[in-house]
Design a binder for this molecule. Sequence first.
Ligand code: ADP
Length: 625
Amino acid sequence: YYFCPHNHNDPAMHTYWRLLSFARPIRKYAIPYFFYTLFYTIFYTFTFTLIQPILQTLFSAHAATKPVTTFPKFVFDTSFLQDSISYLIYKVFGADYDTMDVLIFLSIFVILTSLLSNLFRYLGQRTMEAMRIRALQRLRNDVFTNVMGLHAGYFSNERKGDIISKISSDVQVVQFCITNTLLVAFRDPFQIIGFMIALVVTSWQLTIFSILFLPIVALVIGSIVKRLRKSATQVQERFADMVSLMDESLSGIKILKGYNAVDYTVGKFKKINALFSRISLSMAWRQQLASPVSEFLGIAAAAVLMIYGGSLVLSGELAASAFIMYLAIFTQITRPLRSFTDAFANINQGIAAGERVLALLDEKSEITDAPDAVEMTGLKRDIEFRDVRFSYDNKEVIRGVSFKIKKGETVALVGPSGGGKSTLSDLIPRFYDVQSGQILIDGIDIRKYTLESLRRYMGLVSQETILFNDTIENNLRLGKQDATEEEVRQAAIVANADAFIRETEHGYQTNIGDRGMKLSGGQRQRLSIARAVLKNPEILILDEATSALDTESEKLVQNALDALLQGRTSLVIAHRLSTIYNADRIIVIDHGQIVEQGTHHELMALHGVYARLIEMQQSGDSNGR
Ligand code: ADP
C-alpha cells in the first residue's frame, strides 16, 4: 500500500476505474499482455541467472573441479542451479571440456534468452500502446459528442479554451492513469517476484537483509508522491488559460491589430506562459527527484549489502560468483520497483486530468426530450407565445410576452438593442427553455415535441453568418446532407449566390477558409440564406445582419431574403426598413415586453417607440450612404 495512495472508497479510485473502463474490452489487451510479460520476465530473469555459471566457469578454469555426471537432486539453492548447468555442460562437452567452448556455449545461451525476453517485451508494449491509443480515442469521441449535445446556455458560461484544453491536453494526460499503471501493475510485480525468487535461491540470508531496505525506498518515494499531487491541477488550469487566450487572440486578430493591441496581448500571453512554466518546472523538478532518489537508495542499499555479503563470501558460506550475480540482480530489482512507484506518482496527475474530463462527460444537457415527447409533423396553424418569461441567471429579460404567428405570416421583431429580441427567437428552437408561460406550436407546448423533430422544421439565419472551414457545397448542405448537386445549385440560385460561387476557383468545391474569411460580407450572407433555402424549412427564424453593405450587395441580399421568406412562417429580427415594411405584423419589444404592435402604418400613427426608431434609422440611412 505504500505505492498506492488511494483506498477503494476514494473518489480518485472511482475516477481511476472509470477511466480504465474506456480501455474496453480490457480482456482483449490484458490477457495477451499478461502472457507476454510472463514470458518476458522468465527469460529476463534467466538471462541474469546465467551470470553465475559463466563466472563459475571462468573462476574454476584452473581449479580441479569435478564434473557433475548425474542430474543433481533438487535443492532450493544456487548449488542446484550450478550443478544442473555443470551437468548440462558435461552432457554437451563431456568430462574433459574446454573452458572456451563452454564460455561460447553460455554466451550463445545468454544471447538467446535476451533475444526472447526482449521480443516478448516488445510484444507486450505493442499491446499496451494499442490499448492506450484506443482508450484515448474512445474518450475523446465520447467527450466531444457529449459536449456538442449540451444546451446552448452551457457555452455562454464556460470558456471555449477550457473545453478545448480538456478535450485535447487533459485527455492526453489521462493516459498516465490508464496505461502506465496497468503496464506496471502487470509487469513489475512479475519482475519483482521473478527477481525475488532468484535472490532467495542465491542467498536467503542476503535477501532477508536486503528486504529491510525496500520499505525505506518506498517510503521516501511515497512522500515525494504526496507533494506531487498538489501542483498537477494547477498546471492544467494554467494551460487552459493559455489555450483560451490563444483562441481569443486568433479569433480577434484583426481587432487586436487595428487597436495596436498586439503587444498588450502578447504581454498577457507571456505572463500566463511564465506562470504555467513556473508551475510546470517546479512539478517537473519534483517528479524528476523520484528517480535519482530511488537510484541512490538502491546503490546505497547495494553498498551496505556488499559489506554483509562480502562477509558471507569471506566466511565461505557463499560463492563469490553467486554473490556477484546477487548484486547484479539486486540492482535490477530496483528498476521495476522504481517504475512501479513512478507510475503511481503520475497517477495523481492523470486522475486530476481525468476528473476534469469526466466532469465534462457527466455534464447533462438541461434541454432534453420529455419522456412522452411526440414527433412534430409540420406547422399547421400557428406558433403562439403565451405569457412567456425568461431570465439569464437572475436577470429577467423576457417579462410576460404573448403573441401569435399564424402559418404563412411574417412577423418582424423590432426595438432597441438589448430589448430581448434575440432571446425570444432563441426560445423557439429551444436553445433555452422558457421559465414560465408556454410556447405552443399548433396548440401543443414545444417541450412536448422531440427536439429533433422540432428543429427539423426550422431554418435559422443568424446575424453572424456561421460558415465552416469546408467547401461551399458542404457548408450549404448542413441542413440537408443528402441534397443532390442540382438541389444545392437551385438553392444557390434562389439566394443569388450561384453567380459568385461559379466565379470562385473551384466553384462549389472551393474551400471558404476559417469562418468563411475568404468571402465578402454580402457573399457570406447569401451563402447562409442559400443554406436555409436548401433546408426548405416551414418555420424561419431570421436575424438580419446589421452591418451595412454596399448598395449592389444590399440589393442582392435583399432579393435573396425576399425569396427565402416567400411562403414561410417567419419570425424576423428586422433591421432593414424594407423587411420591416413588408412584414405582416410588427412587434416592438423593449425591456422584455411588447410595447406596440401592428402594421407599419398603424404604428407610425401611434407616434410611439416604433415611430422614433424608424425616424432614427431613416436619418441614419441617409447620413450613412
Ligand atoms: P436584443 O436581441 O433585443 O438586442 P437580447 O435578447 O440579445 O436583446 O438580450 C436581452 C438581454 O439579455 C440583454 O440585456 C443582454 O445583456 C442579456 N443577455 C443576452 N444573452 C445573454 C446570456 N447568454 N447571458 C446573460 N445575459 C444575456
